[in-house]
Design a protein around this ligand. Structure first.
Ligand SMILES: *Cc1c(COP(=O)(O)O)cnc(C)c1O
Length: 426
C-alpha cells in the first residue's frame, strides 16, 4: 500500500512506467504472451514464476488497474472480474464448496440476493439472510458449523442501509470466518471497509468507479489480514495442497496473496470471467477522477434529498447523508466524508403516483443503472427486484412505491427543476 493520499492514489497507483514506456496504462490487446523456452512457460503453468501467458488468467492492463483499486482500498492483493456479479460469486466460491454455508445481510443488491439465495444453493452452498439491524445475539445465531463467510454491503442498493461494520466483523471473527463487504456504493473515497474489520472487499466497478456507464466490470480485493491457517481445516482449499498445481499450498507459497492467487489460478482459469483489457483501460480513466466525482454526487444528492423532503407530495425520503435519516449516524461514523449519490423516495399517491412521476421526467432518464454521471431513476418493484415476492421485497428494504434516484453530476438546480416539473404531473 502506498503512503499517498486517496486523491493521488486515484491517479498514480498501479502503474509505474519505465524509460520510454507509455505514460498511460496501455491496453495489452493480446490473448497470449511470448516466451523463449519451453521451460520458462512451464514454470508459469506451475505457478513457480509470476508472469503472463494467457489473458483468461492475467493481463498486464488488468493487473495495473487491479493494483490501483487494491491501493485505494488499502489491500494486499486484488483482481478484476468481468462484472460485479462475477466478483460476488468468486469471492464466496473461492472459500466455499458444496455443503458450506454463508451468513448474509438481507439488505443487498437484487442480483446478489438471487446469486446467494438461489444459484449457489443449487451448487450446494446455503445462505442465511439476517436483518442488518439485528442484535448481536440474532447475528450470532445465524452461524453454523459449516459457515465459511459473512457478507454485507457497505451501503445497500437500493435499501440504503449503512452496514454496522463493527458488529458484522466481530461476529465473523468470533466464528473464525472472513467478513466480505460489497463497497460499490460508498467507494473507497468515502469508506474503507478494511479499516473497520472487513477482510475482503468486492466492487461492481460498473458503478462509480467507471462512473460513465460505459463498462460492466468487477473487482475483488483481499486485505491479506484473515489468518486462513489459524482455521486451516475450514479453509482447506487455501491451506492444503492443490493437486492441479503439483501440490502447492496457497497460504505457504503466496502469503497475503493466497486468496487472490487461488481465485485467479482456479476460478478464473476454470470459469473465465475476465474483464476485457479494453474495459479495464476505460475503468482506469474513470478511477482517475473518482475522488472528484464522488463528493459532487454526494453534494447533489443531498440537495435533491432536502428538496424532496420538503415537498408536499413526497411521503418519505431515504438518504443516509440527510440529517434525521435512520442511517445518518452510522453514515457519519463509517463514512464521514459522505455516503453516496443514490437516494430513494416514495410519493403520497403510492405506487401509481411514483410510476407517473417517473414517466414525466424530461432530463432524468429511466435506466437500469445507478452511480454514473447522468441522473437516472428506477422503480425496483417493477424492474430490478421484480422477481422478489412482497415479503422478500420488504426484507430487502424495498417498498413497492420506492423510486431509486441516482443523482448525477449535472447542475443540482437543473436536476431539481426536472423533479419539480415531474411532481406537478401527479
Ligand atoms: C450493480 C451492483 C452489483 C452487480 O454488479 P454488475 O457489475 O452489474 O454485475 C453488485 N453490487 C452492487 C451494490 C451493485 O450496485
Amino acid at each position: 500500500m502506498s503512503d499517498y493520499k486517496i486523491e493521488t492514489k486515484c491517479i498514480q497507483s498501479g502503474y509505474e512506467p519505465g524509460n520510454g514506456e507509455p505514460r498511460v496504462v496501455p491496453i495489452y490487446q493480446s490473448t497470449t504472451f511470448k516466451y523463449s523456452t519451453s521451460d520458462q512457460m512451464g514454470r508459469l503453468f506451475d505457478l513457480e514464476d509470476s508472469g503472463y501467458f494467457y489473458t483468461r488468467l492475467q493481463n498486464p492492463t488488468n493487473d495495473a488497474v487491479a493494483a490501483k483499486i487494491c491501493d485505494l482500498e488499502g489491500g494486499a492483493a486484488a483482481m478484476l472480474t468481468s462484472s460485479g456479479q462475477a466478483a460476488s460469486f468468486y469471492a464466496v466460491m473461492n472459500i466455499c464448496e458444496a455443503g458450506d454455508h454463508i451468513v448474509c445481510a438481507s439488505a443487498i443488491y437484487g442480483g446478489t440476493f438471487n446469486l446467494y439465495a438461489h444459484t449457489i444453493r443449487k451448487m450446494g452452498v446455503e445462505a442465511t439472510f439476517v436483518d442488518p439491524d439485528c442484535s448481536e445475539e440474532e447475528l450470532n445465531a445465524a452461524f453454523r458449523e459449516n459457515t465459511k463467510a459473512v457478507f454485507g454491503e457497505s451501503i445497500a442498493n437500493p435499501a440504503l442501509v449503512v452496514l454496522d461494520f463493527e458488529k458484522f466483523a466481530k461476529a465473523a471473527h468470533a466464528h473464525g470466518v472472513p467478513f466480505i463487504v460489497d463497497n460499490t456504493f460508498a467507494t473507497p473515497i468515502n469508506c474503507r471497509p478494511f479499516e473497520w474489520g472487513a477482510d475482503i472487499v468486492i466492487h461492481s466497478t460498473t458503478k462509480y468507479m467507471d462512473g460513465h456507464a460505459s463498462c460492466v466490470g468487477g473487482a475483488i480485493v483481499d486485505s491479506g489480514n484473515f489468518e486462513w491457517e489459524a482455521y486451516g481445516e475450514k479453509f482447506a482449499g487455501l491451506t492444503t495442497p492443490d493437486e492441479t498445481y503439483h501440490g502447492i499450498v496457497y497460504t505457504q507459497k503466496f502469503g497475503k496473496g493466497a486468496y487472490i492467487t487461488k481465485a485467479t489460478a482456479q476460478l478464473m482459469r476454470d470459469l473465465g470471467s475476465i474483464q476485457s483489457p479494453q474495459n479495464a483501460f476505460l475503468l482506469n480513466l474513470g478511477l482517475e477522477t473518482l475522488h472528484l466525482r464522488v463528493p459532487r454526487h454526494c453534494e447533489n444528492a443531498l440537495a435533491v434529498a432536502k428538496y424532496l423532503k420538503n415537498h408536499e407530495k413526497v411521503a418519505w425520503v431515504n438518504y443516509p447523508g440527510l440529517e434525521g435519516d435512520s442511517y445518518y449516524e452510522l453514515g457519519r461514523k463509517y463514512m464521514p466524508k459522505g455516503t453516496c449519490g443514490v437516494l430513494t423516495f416514495g410519493l403520497k399517491g403510492g405506487r401509481d403516483a411514483s410510476v407517473k412521476m417517473m414517466d414525466s421526467l424530461k432530463m432524468i432518464a429511466i435506466v437500469t443503472h445507478v452511480a454514473d454521471a447522468r441522473s437516472c431513476v428506477l422503480h425496483p418493484a417493477s424492474h430490478t427486484h421484480r422477481q422478489m415476492n412482497d415479503k422478500e421485497l420488504l426484507e430487502a428494504g424495498v417498498r413497492p412505491d420506492l423510486i431509486r434516484f441516482s443523482v448525477g453530476l449535472e447542475n443540482a438546480e437543473d436536476i431539481i427543476a426536472d423533479v419539480k416539473q415531474a411532481l406537478k404531473s401527479v
